[in-house]
Design a protein around this ligand. Structure first.
Ligand SMILES: C[S@@+](CC[C@H](N)C(=O)[O-])C[C@H]1O[C@@H](n2cnc3c(N)ncnc32)[C@H](O)[C@@H]1O
Length: 264
């Protein structure tokens, strides 16, 4: 199956701004991606036209589609760049809804600053094009279960009546998600660490389950080591990746072949 010039379930070595121009309007259900953060990491040469990329993303998203934009800030001379906030405001300016601002908390972060608390999170901005089409909320077990006397809503007499009711066995997750990072945390694929800035497989997996259904198209325009594409494949979604660096594209294809042997 093709999307514009691209065969889906593949990763292409291309600047996503060029690549997206070769895709039709409104063809993508979900993007889970992480852009280069300020100049925090040196990738193998890239150009990053943020505004151009954001506008193309708006065009290729289906109505009801979701973009998960995972980003942190550089801290220089005790001052945060706030690139994350600026990018968020820009997405809103060009028409996206800021559906949620979620936190990706890293469980194992090394101590980093002597005069501030160790930064242990990045933002996961959840943008939607119009009203979100799919939401499959992830659940967690509640601490207590069984029957208890619970306070029911106050009536006009001001008295809190208690009623016996069954506690729910599960509740929807909060919007702060915690993940272990590093080998064995982010992934067990050693090869992925040839890329300097991967996000955890489970982070991609959780968003894919939340915002899409089987058969939907998940796109990562800056696919790095291929984490989003791998997790989309494992969740029976279609995927499309674009990566500007040949080295990272090759490594992501090697990684994908472990779960998608037909990929060439
Ligand atoms: C933070 S990394 C993404 C890592 C990825 N989420 C993973 O888990 O492996 C950002 C990636 O964007 C790529 N990149 C930068 N500009 C690009 C562009 N214009 N088009 C496509 N990829 C780009 C970089 O080479 C880098 O691999």
């Amino acid at each position: 199956m093709r999307v514009g010039e691209f065969e889906i379930n593949n990763i292409y070595n291309i600047d996503c701004l060029v690549g997206m121009k070769m895709m039709p309007d409104e063809c993508v259900d979900l993007v889970v991606t992480s852009p280069p953060y300020d100049d925090l990491r040196v990738y193998n040469g890239y150009s990053f036209d943020f505004e151009g990329i954001a506008k193309e993303l708006y065009r290729v998203m289906k109505k009801g589609g979701v973009v998960v934009w995972v980003v942190g800030d550089k801290i220089k001379n005790g001052n945060r760049s706030l690139t994350s906030f600026k990018q968020c405001l820009y997405f809103q300016e060009i028409g996206f809804n800021v559906h949620d601002i979620m936190i990706y908390r890293k469980k194992n972060t090394p101590f980093m600053r002597s005069n501030a608390y160790t930064n242990c999170y990045e933002f996961m901005f959840v943008f939607s094009k119009e009203k979100v089409a799919t939401f499959n909320p992830l659940k967690t077990k509640t601490a207590r279960s069984g029957f208890e006397k619970l306070v029911s809503n106050k009536k006009a007499d001001g008295i809190n009546n208690k009623v016996v009711a069954e506690l729910k066995k599960e509740k929807t997750l909060t919007n702060i998600w915690s993940y272990a990072v590093g080998l064995g945390g982010s992934t067990n694929d050693k090869i992925a660490f040839q890329h300097p800035a991967i996000f955890p497989e489970k982070l991609a997996h959780d968003h894919i389950l939340s915002w899409t259904n089987e058969g939907d198209l998940v796109f990562d325009p800056m696919s790095g080591s291929g984490t989003t594409c791998k997790m989309a494949k494992l969740a029976k979604r279609n995927y499309l990746g674009m990566e500007i660096s040949k080295e990272y594209t090759d490594l992501s294809i090697k990684r994908l072949k472990m779960v998608h042997p037909q990929l060439f």
